[in-house]
Each structure stands twice: as structure tokens, then as C-alpha cells.
Write a protein that binds this ligand. Structure first.
Ligand SMILES: [Zn+2]
Length: 403
């Protein structure tokens, strides 16, 4: 009998011999952690397995995974049987198992005396909901990191709020955020990624900004505030009702100074006292007399934008520098203070502190849920609030399994 046939015989009958053949032992497992300079072949040989077995196993693996890609720290499990004959011990490779990533497992098994087969299986994953809270000390990312909120989620959080909040400048120490998000986990509990944010809340100074992810009847997902308004918005098309533009953006002969001057905003003609609305949500950065602008308000929004309102008769009572305003909120009243020939609103949009043509920015209608959808949404909001309140806000806790 050829030596290879003997080995084939042994392997086939390993199972039957478990009890009766004391010279054979199996179910032997070697576990290795890959170190610098290791190759899969070295590792297999280190166990004492023949070069032929090693080569055959590696060649089978090559079809599904490049063994050259094993990395330092990977754990490789090698199973083998031992056969003792005439004082000689042979180790016969049975299988190789390892995980190239938390989401994949590769295994190699003996097929017959001189060949192996290999398979790659995807590790199934599930999503679970996690609630996390963070308190700002200096930066948002500092706070999320400290609370164990993944970077992806922190990043998404910033994006969602960027329409209303300038994270560089509006955050204060002590502001808090809550986020309910999906975590992708393997059956062994390894977190391998994050999914969507389902709910978030930002407590900014004296205002709270909860948002909810919601699927509308057309099947699309969006984020909405508590009133069912889409968080994706732009500035109001006009910051006052029913006013017409009396002077556009660009070079013009200045009505008072008499020479050509850049007009850095839009003028809206309107009677004294007409209410002026905040074109977008944000923080009041300037409020008061401002030279030729007269009574002036500047509001900082997200994404590098600010809006400014000039020649006002007066300001909305209670409005102060550093205060938060919501889109559409009354901030002041049309007047003719400063360098002005008659009652009008001079309105500016600034991007990174430079005036741009307000008509050049894309404006979208405020998308608000209505009717049946708003009803379903209100139920959804209640349900999410209930879930969120069940969990202690102090740290990351899985609240329920989904999927
Ligand atoms: Zn003007």
C-alpha cells in the first residue's frame, strides 16, 4: 500500500477509531495569533504537518481567500489528527479556520487524502437600538467620543443639525445631546458598524431640538422636528410677507450717496411696523444700532450662512445677542433707521461673512407632514419618546432588538 493510501484510510476511519484506536488522537487544535513575518504555510508547518498537506490546503484556500492577506493579530485555528506508526508520529491536517474580518469566516476542510476544499461564510448580523447621551465640554466630537458614540453617528448628527446649528460656534459647555441609533452586531456581540439615527435631541442653551426619522407614505425616509416639519430646509424666500423687492443685489447708483456703489442685499419695500421674520433658525450674533444700517440684526445659521436685517424700526421684545431664533419667528419691524430714504427692509445673506446674492441660493418649500401622515407621525413620535424614556440617559444601553 502506498503511503498516501494509508493516510486516506486513516482519515476516513478516524471517526470510527475514536474509541478503539489508541494510537490515533484527534480533535487536536492549535490556535495561533499571527505575528510579524508569519505566513500561513509557516504556521501550518510549525504544527508539524507535512509540506504536502500545507500546500494542498493553501491551494484550496486560494480560490476564496488570498492567504497572503493574513494580518498580524489574526487568529488561526488548525485542527489535525495524529497517527503513530512504528515509533513515528504523523500529523494529518483536518482543517483551518479563521476570520479575515468580523463579518467573514474562512474555513478549509480535508476532502480526501490529498485534497482540501475551502469555504467563506458571511457572519450574520443584526441591528439593535442603542441610546447614548453626551454632554459638551469643548467640542461635539470630544463629547461623542467620550460617550462611546461612533464617529459615523456623530458625523450624521452634525449633518442633520447643520441647517439650524453652527457647531463651531453655537455650542456651549453643558449643552447636551441624545441619540437613538442602530448598531450592527454579530451573534457574538461584536459591534461591526452603525446604521441610522432614529431619534436625536440637542439641548442648545435654552432650546431643545428633537428630530425623528420617519418613513412617509411614498416610502421615503426623512427627518422631521416635533411639529412634523422636515429638518432639511433653506431660508425663507422672503423674510417679510407680501413685500416686493424695490432694489436688487449688485452695483447701483446709491440713492443718498449719489455714486455707484455695490448694493450687498435686497431691499423690500413695506410699511413701517411690518413684522420681519428670521429667514432661518439660528443664533442672534448682532442686535442694535449699526451705523448706516440703523437698527440691525444678524443671525448665524448652519453651513457657514448668516442673514442680516437692517433699517428696523425696532426689535422683537426679549430678543438678545446669543439667543436662539427659529425660522419664521418675528425678530423685528420694518422702519427707516440709519441711511435710508423710506421704510424698507434691507436684507443680506452672508456666506462665511461675505454678502452673496440672496436670490442665488436655492430655496425649498418647507416640507411639512400633513393630514393622515401627520397623524401617523404623531403616533411614531409618541412611541419613540416612550422607548427613549425607558432608558437611563447616562450611557449606552441597548433598548430593543430589531431585525
Ligand atoms: Zn438695501
Amino acid at each position: 500500500m502506498k503511503k498516501s493510501n494509508i493516510r486516506y484510510f486513516i482519515v476516513l476511519f478516524n471517526f470510527l477509531c475514536a474509541v478503539f484506536c489508541p494510537v490515533i488522537s484527534y480533535g487536536n487544535i492549535y490556535e495561533f495569533e499571527v505575528k510579524q513575518g508569519d505566513t500561513l504555510s509557516n504556521i501550518i508547518r510549525e504544527v508539524g504537518i507535512s509540506a504536502t498537506d500545507a500546500a494542498n490546503a493553501i491551494s484550496a484556500m486560494q480560490d476564496i481567500y488570498n492567504p497572503g492577506k493574513i494580518r498580524v493579530g489574526d487568529k488561526i485555528k488548525i485542527s489535525y489528527s495524529t497517527l503513530k506508526t512504528e515509533g513515528e508520529t504523523n500529523k494529518i491536517l483536518v482543517g483551518i479556520d479563521f476570520s479575515p474580518s468580523k463579518l467573514e469566516k474562512v474555513y478549509v476542510r480535508r476532502a480526501d487524502e490529498d485534497s482540501f476544499y475551502a469555504k467563506k461564510v458571511e457572519v450574520p448580523t443584526a441591528k439593535r437600538l442603542v441610546k447614548a447621551s453626551a454632554q459638551i465640554e469643548s467640542t461635539l466630537f470630544g463629547a461623542t467620543k467620550k460617550s462611546g458614540i461612533p464617529f459615523d453617528i456623530g458625523n450624521e448628527f452634525v449633518k442633520k443639525y447643520s441647517y439650524d446649528v453652527d457647531f463651531q460656534r453655537d455650542l456651549r459647555k453643558g449643552n447636551t445631546l441624545d441619540v437613538l441609533y442602530e448598531e450592527v452586531v454579530t451573534p457574538t456581540g461584536d459591534v461591526v458598524g452603525s446604521g441610522e439615527i432614529l431619534y436625536a435631541n440637542l439641548e442648545l442653551n435654552d432650546q431643545s431640538y428633537p428630530i425623528y426619522r420617519f418613513r412617509t407614505l411614498d416610502g421615503s425616509y426623512g427627518y422631521y422636528n416635533e411639529d412634523g416639519e422636515s429638518i432639511e430646509k433653506s431660508f425663507l424666500r422672503t423674510p417679510i410677507d407680501g413685500a416686493r423687492i424695490t432694489s436688487g443685489f449688485g452695483k447701483r447708483r446709491h440713492p443718498i450717496l449719489g455714486y455707484n456703489k455695490m448694493h450687498k442685499g435686497l431691499d423690500f419695500g413695506a410699511p413701517q411696523g411690518t413684522p420681519i421674520y428670521a429667514a432661518g433658525s439660528g443664533v442672534v450674533t448682532k442686535i442694535g444700532r449699526n451705523g448706516g444700517y440703523g437698527n440691525y440684526i444678524q443671525i448665524r445659521h448652519g453651513n457657514g450662512y448668516s442673514t442680516a436685517y437692517a433699517h428696523l424700526k425696532g426689535f422683537k421684545r426679549g430678543l438678545k445677542k446669543g439667543g436662539n431664533v427659529k425660522q419664521g419667528q418675528i425678530i423685528g419691524y420694518v422702519g427707516t433707521t440709519g441711511r435710508s430714504t423710506g421704510p424698507h427692509l434691507h436684507y443680506e445673506v452672508l456666506k462665511h461673512d461675505r454678502q452673496i446674492n440672496p436670490l442665488s441660493i436655492k430655496t425649498v418649500a418647507v416640507n411639512k407632514l400633513e393630514g393622515v401622515q401627520l397623524g401617523i407621525y404623531s403616533q411614531h413620535v409618541k412611541m419613540v419618546k416612550r422607548e427613549v424614556s425607558k432608558v437611563d440617559a447616562s450611557n449606552k444601553v441597548a433598548v430593543l432588538e430589531i431585525n
